[in-house]
Design a protein around this ligand. Structure first.
Ligand code: HEM
Length: 431
């Protein structure tokens, strides 16, 4: 039993991807709805989610969007960034108001030439050679995280294990000290929570909490950037503030916005991939046995299957720059398209048995890291390495670890998140 076999309980007319109630449905019903759309209505048009009264002055109600549910359509849009832009209004469903652009105006929300310029400056820190060079550090942190829980015999896998590795590695790479880890953790939870009441208490102003969290990360980074300009080390912040590309340097605001992007793009996503991985392997013991028997061999395919399976980032938006046709739909300048990666990653036209979790799946042309194009995930090598090392060390040191009970899922149309997942294992001594 996979727990996510699609169950079609909605007709195409009943499906509304803008209704938060849709995202509160069980996963199998959502899979059923996306399967229905892929087959019967692959590019439906939806009204945008209602903007709450308090925010309507800052964020105007948008015109609606086309939902891309097929792998082929999303791949085509991603291959044509000159038509399907990221910088117009941003990659969120709503256009991003000016007030937010300082914090969230980084490369994910840019087009060329600015995008290429920024990506050139930062890409060296994330290329496979650099990631290889921090392999020992990733290994050290993974072991350290396991040491903290090993004697307990059980823990909250998400907060105690899966969340810690990506958080500590990205802070480490940027030069942020251990005393600030928890600040970064809670701020990134608030930014990506979509107002989930665990992170933003009911009755409080979700937008104010969101902006405050961004401001906190912004200040932390501006302080660090100022310091590193005078006292460079070998961390990424020092490289960012001191790199010259075509005679240009990043401003403090650009460095801070990039850091916020890394924190939100790099933490929650990898945390959720690792959590979905443990859950899937608990539900599919035969797949887990394969991985456990040959961690180095299976990781080459298993890691990407975990990303396909969990599809931690559900969608990204593009905005049409000039009239075009996609599939059979005529699109006009200014139209918004939302690319549903989760749906593409179950597309029967591309994957054999898409609802089967198969750690040896090959080929696996999933687009969980985005489709080929200029915005393909900058952190994909890092994320793959973290997932690989985490499972290698877990299977070695807590060999019978498994999730127990139902996962506590994040209510979000954007992140396929697990907030809490209990796990048990035979207690072990720290190293
Ligand atoms: C399993 C983990 C991850 C998933 C599923 C994921 C997913 C994605 C996706 C779907 C995009 C495409 C955005 C678009 O097309 O508009 C993206 C972009 C990006 N990701 Fe990741 N990501 C992961 C891990 C990371 C990590 C660890 C980092 C860095 C620490 C990172 C940094 C970025 C950045 C900076 C971009 C923007 C790239 C650009 O616009 O050029 N991601 N990611």
């Amino acid at each position: 039993m996979t727990g996510v076999e699609p169950r079609a309980v909605l007709t195409p007319d009943e499906i509304d991807l803008s209704d938060i109630a849709f995202w509160a449905r069980p996963w199998d019903e959502r899979e059923g709805a996306f399967q229905t759309l892929r087959h019967e209505r692959p590019m439906p048009f939806f009204k945008e989610p209602e903007i709450p009264e308090a925010l309507s002055a800052m964020i105007p109600q948008g015109p609606g969007y086309y939902a891309l549910t097929r792998h082929a359509h999303i791949s085509e849009a991603s291959r044509h960034p000159e038509i399907f832009e990221s910088g117009r209004g941003a990659t969120s469903i709503v256009d991003m108001p000016e007030e937010m652009l300082d914090f969230f105006g980084s490369m994910i929300n840019m087009d060329n030439p600015r995008h290429a310029r920024l990506r050139r400056i930062v890409s060296a820190a994330f290329n496979p050679r650099m990631i290889k060079s921090i392999e020992d550090r990733i290994d050290f942190v993974a072991n350290d995280v396991i040491d903290r829980v090993a004697p307990l015999g059980g823990c909250d896998f998400v907060t105690d294990v899966a969340a810690r590795l990506p958080l500590e590695i990205i802070c480490d790479m940027m030069g942020i000290g251990a005393s600030d880890y928890d600040t970064v953790f809670s701020a990134s939870n608030i930014i990506l929570s979509s107002g989930d009441t665990e992170y933003v208490p009911e009755g409080s102003d979700a937008m104010a909490a969101f902006m405050m969290a961004a401001q906190q990360l912004n200040m932390l980074m501006i302080d660090l950037a100022t310091h590193r300009r005078e006292n460079p080390t070998d961390d990424v912040t020092s490289a960012l503030v001191n790199t010259n590309v075509d005679g240009e340097q990043l401003t403090d605001t650009e460095v801070a916005a990039f850091f916020i992007l890394l924190v939100v793009a790099g933490n929650e996503t990898t945390r959720n991939a690792i959590s979905h991985g443990l859950l899937a392997m608990t539900q599919h013991p035969e797949q887990r046995a394969l991985w456990q028997a040959d961690p180095a061999g299976i990781a080459a395919t298993g890691v990407d299957e975990v990303v396909r399976w969990g599809s931690p980032v559900i969608w990204m938006r593009r905005t049409v720059a000039s009239d075009t046709v996609l599939g059979e739909v005529e699109l006009h300048e200014g139209d918004k398209v939302i690319m549903f990666y989760n749906s593409a990653n179950r597309d029967e036209d591309v994957f054999d048995d898409p609802f089967t979790f198969d750690v040896r799946r090959s080929p696996n042309p999933h687009i969980g890291f985005g489709a080929a194009g200029p915005h393909f995930c900058l952190g994909a090598h890092l994320a793959r390495q973290e997932i690989d090392v985490m499972f290698r060390r877990l299977f070695e040191r807590l060999p019978d670890i498994k999730s127990v009970g139902e996962p506590d899922r994040l209510l979000s149309p954007f992140i396929n998140g697990i907030k809490h997942l209990d796990c048990t294992f035979t207690p072990a001594a720290p190293r």
